[in-house]
Design a protein around this ligand. Structure first.
Ligand code: PLP
Length: 361
């Protein structure tokens, strides 16, 4: 068997322990004689799986009773539409555009109402988080939307922007469960799970109960949070196997010591890499220091040909998917929860060797 260090931004690495357990349960889930993939979503076996997953997520994030946890097919992009359709009650919303995902969410919202950017860092290729201390938020805006961790650029909000009392909505796809996050300031948090939680194709939404049931009249049934809330995410056949794997990741996170412990580990991994980059004479992190993400670390040599050579040689060493997003180039190491510290250390050793070789060449 061969396992590489996979630095992909998503779908991304899952904890080996989770994959092993799932493989052991593949043919016969706990004596039931079938895999979770073959199970009725109405069976008591599956109910136990989804209910346990929700309980564990609530415990990990300390989610209050007044919030609903919803498992929804379709990933991050579907949430761009759902956020707008469900919360843009007066058809007016404000967006902070700190990257391509927020920009896409904004253009989706524009289909349904008067949505606009109140801040943007597009002028410098999203290499920083725009100033959000005094945003021009309209009196009658329904919500303020932002993307907490900008997967493509390697930037992150390290504090909550001042929403001036409006409902806060945040896309947490690429920082989901990477550190403790108080949900109470938010009306809605959502994340596609394939970055840090599970297999692709599903999102988890955490929404304040009183915001459910106000969707725009044109909202399709399956895009209304109410549909999921009233049925405990079992209105139709949910992505059962995906929920099962997410549940296993929640259990794994609890075993690691929960989100405070994950934060410590993740900060340390990121620091190793940033410290190396800051002293390197070949590689450079193009992001404003205070806005650096601990999940996605971007770097460049300044020479696209050399970047390409680096990515290729790294792959041969079992360090895969280090190519930056196609819209920005360079390199990106996504170091989510499941990336072991040893993977980051191996990457740094390789970068040091590569730099040394280039210097001599
Ligand atoms: C990957 C990503 C998305 C898109 O997710 P899909 O599941 O591919 O639709 C949205 N937001 C963020 C922050 C992401 O990292």
């Amino acid at each position: 068997m061969r396992r590489v260090y996979n630095f992909s931004a998503g779908p991304a690495m899952l904890p080996e322990e989770v994959l092993r357990e799932a493989s052991e349960e593949m043919l016969d889930y706990r004596g039931h004689g079938m895999s979770v993939m073959e199970m009725s979503h109405r069976s008591s076996m599956f109910r136990e799986i989804i209910e346990q997953a929700e309980r564990d997520l609530r415990e990990l994030m300390d989610i209050p009773e007044s919030y609903r946890v919803l498992f929804i097919q379709g990933g991050g992009h579907v949430q761009f539409a759902m956020a707008a359709l469900n919360l843009m009650v007066h058809r007016k919303a404000e967006y902070i555009v700190s990257g391509q995902w927020a920009k896409k969410a904004l253009s989706e919202a524009k289909r349904y109402g008067d949505a606009r950017a109140v801040a943007s860092s597009e002028d410098k290729c999203y290499s920083y988080i725009p100033d959000c201390s005094d945003l021009p938020i309209r009196e009658d805006a329904d919500y303020l939307y932002y993307c907490m961790n900008n997967t493509i650029y390697g930037t992150a909000f390290h504090s909550i922007p001042d929403g001036k009392g409006k409902i806060l909505v945040s896309d947490i796809s690429s920082c989901f469960l990477s550190e403790p996050l108080d949900v109470r300031p938010f009306g809605l948090l959502f994340g596609g799970v394939q970055k840090n939680v599970g297999p692709a194709g599903m999102a988890i939404a955490i929404i304040r109960e009183d915001l459910i049931g106000k969707a725009l009249p044109e909202t399709p049934t399956m895009l209304d949070y109410k549909t999921y809330s009233e049925s405990a995410s079992l209105y139709n056949t949910p992505p059962c196997y995906n929920i099962y794997i997410c549940g296993k990741v929640f259990q794994w996170l609890k075993k690691q010591g929960g989100l405070s412990a994950m934060r410590e580990i993740n900060v340390e991994k990121a620091k190793l890499l940033y410290d190396f980059l800051d002293q390197s004479r070949l590689f450079r992190n193009p992001v404003t220091k205070k806005d650096r993400s601990i999940m996605n670390v971007t770097f460049v040599t300044g020479d696209p040909e050399l970047d390409e050579k680096f990515v290729k040689e790294a792959k041969a060493e079992g360090l895969e998917n280090l190519k930056g997003h196609r819209t920005v180039g360079g390199m990106r190491a996504s170091i989510y929860n499941a990336m072991p510290r040893a993977g980051v250390e191996k990457l740094i050793r390789f970068m040091r060797d590569f730099e040394e070789r280039e210097r001599r060449a």
